[in-house]
Every structure is written in C-alpha cells, then in structure tokens.
Design a protein around this ligand. Sequence first.
Ligand SMILES: [Zn+2]
Length: 418
Amino acid sequence: MTPRLWAACALGVLVLALIAYAATVVPWHRPPAPRADQLEALRGLPGDQVERARAFHSDLRPGSYGAMAVGLLAALVLGLTPLGARLVSLVGRPFGDHWIAQAVLGGLVIVLVVEVLTLPFAVWRHTVVVRYDISTQTWGPWAVDLAKSYAVGAVIGGLALLGFFTVTRLAPRWWWAFGAVGAAALVVLLSFVLPVVVEPIFNKFTPMAQGPLRTELMSLAARDGVPVRDVLVADASRRTRAVNAYVSGFGPTRRIVVYDTMLTEATPEEVVSVTAHELGHAQRGDVVTGTIIGALGAAAAVIALYLLGSLGWLLRLAGTESMGEPRTIALLLALVSVAGLLGGPAQALVSRRIEARADAHALELTGDAATFEAMQRRLGSVNLSDPDPPTWEHLMFASHPSTVERMAAARAYARGER
Ligand SMILES: [Zn+2]
C-alpha cells in the first residue's frame, strides 16, 4: 500500500470516528422550546429594547461580514495564485532562503497581510460597540488588546508552522501521519493550558470574595456533585459592559469564571442560575467533548491537506511543488479558511445543542424557571443580543439558543414538558 492509500484510509477512519463520537456524545434531542412560547416571550420584552438590539446588530453586520469576505478573499488570492508563494520566498531571502525563516516568518507575514486588510473592519466594529455603550474601551486599551492577540496568535501559529514543516521535511512521505497526531495533540494541549497561560494575558482572575453568594455557589456545586475548587471573577468591566460566564480547561485547569459585570448588573439569584448552567457544562464534560471533536477534526484536516497535495493543478495555481514546503503556507491558509467557513454551521449546531442541555441542567438544578427566564432577559438587555435573530444567521453562526428560545425552554420546563 502506498502512503497515499494509507492516508485515504486513515482519513476515512477519522471521519467515521468523528461522526460516531458526535452522534453518541452530542445531545441531539433538545428540550422543548415551543415557537408559541418564543413569540409570547418576545412580545413580553420592552419594544424599545428589542428595537435597539436589532439596530445594534444591523449596524454591526457590514463590519462583521465585510471582515469575513475580505479575509476569505485575501486568503484565496494569496493561496490560489503564486502571490503567496512569492511573498514567502521574499521574506526568506534575507535569511538565505532558510526553510525555518520561510515557515515561521513567511507564515506570519501571510497572516499579517490578511489581518491588516481586515483591520479597518475591526476598527469599524469597535466604533459601533462603543456607540451602543457596550464597550468601555478607548482606542489605547483596544489597540493593546489587539496587539496582545496578534502576539498570542504569532507564538502559537509560529510554533505550529515550525512543527508542521519540521515533520514534512523529516518524513516527506509519511508526514501526514505525524502531522495528524501532532495537530490533535496541539488541540488537546491548547484546551488544557489556554485558561492558565493565555486567558490571564487578557484578564485578571480573582477568587470570588467570601460571602453569602460564594457560599451558595459552592454548595450548589457540591449538591450537583461537581468538584469545584473555586469560582473566579474576571475583570471584564475594563473592556465591556456585557455580562457573561463560562467554564474552560479540564482536569486540574478547569475553572468556572464569572464576569465582574455580572455581579454588578445581575441579582444574586440570577448569578446562581448562570452558575448552574456552567455546572451543567462541567458535569457533562462539555469542554472535553469539544476538545475531542476539535482534535479529531484537526487530525482529519492535516490528512485532507496531504491528499489535496496530490492535485497537481492546485499546487500549480499556488506556484509550489508540494504541500510540504513553506511556500505553500498561503495555499494552506486558503484551504483552512474555506474549511472553517463550511464547517462553521455544523460546529454552531453542536454548540447550540450542548448549550440547550446546560440550560436544562440549570433549570433542573435550581428548579427556578422564573429566575432562569429573568436571567435570559437580563443577558439579552445588557448585551443587546437580538432576542429572535434571522433564521439563516442563527443557523450559520449562533453558538447558543436565542434569547426567546431559552425563555421558551424555561416556560416549557415550568409546565413539566421535558
Ligand atoms: Zn454555556
């Protein structure tokens, strides 16, 4: 058997494993959230607030979709013409065309070109979120955040590129196998260390102050059978007025994080309700589920890239000879961008199902549908989320059920519908 045949078989096995894993682990059954309840919930929301949320989102759209379109177009132009390959060669020239310079610096320059082209849209978006009083950031701290995320991306991306092209050089025929294992391992490693290494670059996390709320949250976790060492508060207020909570990491790095804005904007009962939702994620190991899906997907993607490397016309378009040389970076970026766009809706669907289960968990754990609904209303009004967004947009991008879906689920739960 040739390496290519092995690769095709491995890809088939990985795709089947991904499908089987998602089919068994993702909660495809969703607790009922009848449309009639959704519409009633929508009618119950203050009209001016709904209007303001919708105006906010329609003002955001040109910036969001503009960035997406320009980013994709730039990746395609760089990757499907010899332009990207030439750029990588150019960057490597002062370093004697050394492959490490081409791989790391060339890769960073390609990504930087795309980032610079989409930067005006990011600026536009920031003016909108400031105008609607969601962001509390002036341009200085905004630029610092941007620089920090570029730096984090450069370090992670640079290491990934260095690893990738080391493997393609050491094993020209079998790099796809080592690359697949490496990509999966990187996803697992990142999911594990991001909360303790990267998140603190952007926010300060402090244990929630001793007091009745903290005591109640810890006893809620104990009642739920979820070992939680601490509930952390993030200083999100230095950049946003939006409220949020999340769980990240797994094993020893697992943490439940509540935005400090939540403690000032929401009632203690609502914080309990949100924490109960996060405990649902922790109890079901949703971070691990997402990590395993991501790792399988990354491994499959590496093998798919290897197989695409046998398409002579594709390489000729990109002006390179093989997938394994750094001059192909722009083509890799173009293919990954297209795959990301195509895979987005499936990822969003999985996320919405998992979020709906965490909502059901919160309702069961607290038995308090009224507070859950009040919390959803609060999240919607403070964050200016469109309570009932356009269907296509919801299907394409939404990681969570909509506000009215979540409110309807609470109403159905209160009636005893499961
Ligand atoms: Zn959630």
